[in-house]
Design a protein around this ligand. Structure first.
Ligand code: FPP
Length: 247
């Protein structure tokens, strides 16, 4: 007899008809609304969201996805209530400590993608620790975008380029050399962007890397997603004709 989770894993691996994106980026939306619907505080939605995140990381690994990026805290999220911001900073730290052994078991190389500055220094410390602990893991890159904003990322890159140009180190930039100034210079272009909870927008997430990505918007709220939800998204991705501007 299979355990339920083992059975789900076998079903996933048997889907040889699916195209597997190398890089999936995820806007995990709907935690707050999910919690309110259950009569719980919004923060319980983020707790449930952590479990959903782990379900998709495990599923992504089983499917052979090479890179996954999760939008966990945007530069705009500082406008939330102090208690929610505190909760999100604390849970970020907690996840990096608590989930490190599983990330290592799964072969995930964790990377933080975002802007320094407002992010708590205690969160940065835990991110540095987990990056160090997982730096030899090669099966999947796992990007946590915390204090991330796409415009901030592009502006930070432009300002560094201006500094280098003023110092005479640089004359012009190309698409390839510009990407070296982004927060994660080795990040692949995104093949598939998924946003949950019925909202249809990209909200300042990875604008440089998303230019040719396929986008799938689903009604499910983030805490409700599981392996089968990811498979549904991959079915849509598989049906798309990616032409990259060609006829
Ligand atoms: C969006 O839902 C979700 C967030 C802003 C936070 C997501 C964070 C987690 C799932 C915790 C995991 C954290 C790390 C560092 C791995 P929302 O609150 O905007 O939902 P709403 O639109 O229903 O209010």
């Amino acid at each position: 007899m299979f355990q339920a989770s083992e059975w789900a894993g076998r079903c996933l691996l048997s889907r040889s008809d699916l195209k597997i994106p190398e890089h999936i980026a995820v806007i995990m939306d709907g935690n707050g609304r999910w919690a309110v619907e259950q009569g719980l505080p919004r923060t319980e939605g983020h707790r449930a969201g952590e479990e959903a995140l782990m379900r998709w990381v495990r599923a992504g690994r089983k499917l052979g996805v090479k890179e996954m990026s999760f939008y966990t805290f945007s530069t705009e999220n500082w406008n939330r209530s102090v208690s929610e911001v505190n909760f999100l900073m604390n849970i970020s730290k907690e996840i990096m400590v608590k989930r490190a052994p599983e990330f290592i078991d799964l072969g995930c190389q964790v990377r933080w993608v975002g802007r320094k500055g407002r992010i708590w220094s205690s969160v940065l410390r835990e991110l540095e620790v987990i990056q160090e602990k997982t730096k030899r893991c090669t099966d999947m890159v796992l990007n946590f975008c915390i204090n991330y904003g796409g415009r901030a990322e592009i502006l930070d890159a432009v300002n560094e380029i201006i500094d280098n140009a003023s110092a005479g180190k640089l004359k012009k930039v190309t698409e390839k050399s510009f990407a070296k100034y982004l927060y994660s210079p080795t990040m692949r272009d995104v093949d598939l962007l998924i946003r949950t909870s019925g909202e249809v927008r990209t909200s300042n997430f990875l604008p440089w890397q998303l230019v040719y990505s396929e986008m799938v918007f689903i009604e499910d709220k983030w805490p409700d997603v599981d392996e089968s939800t990811l498979i549904r998204c991959l079915e849509q991705y598989t049906s798309r004709d990616r032409r990259f501007g060609k006829a």
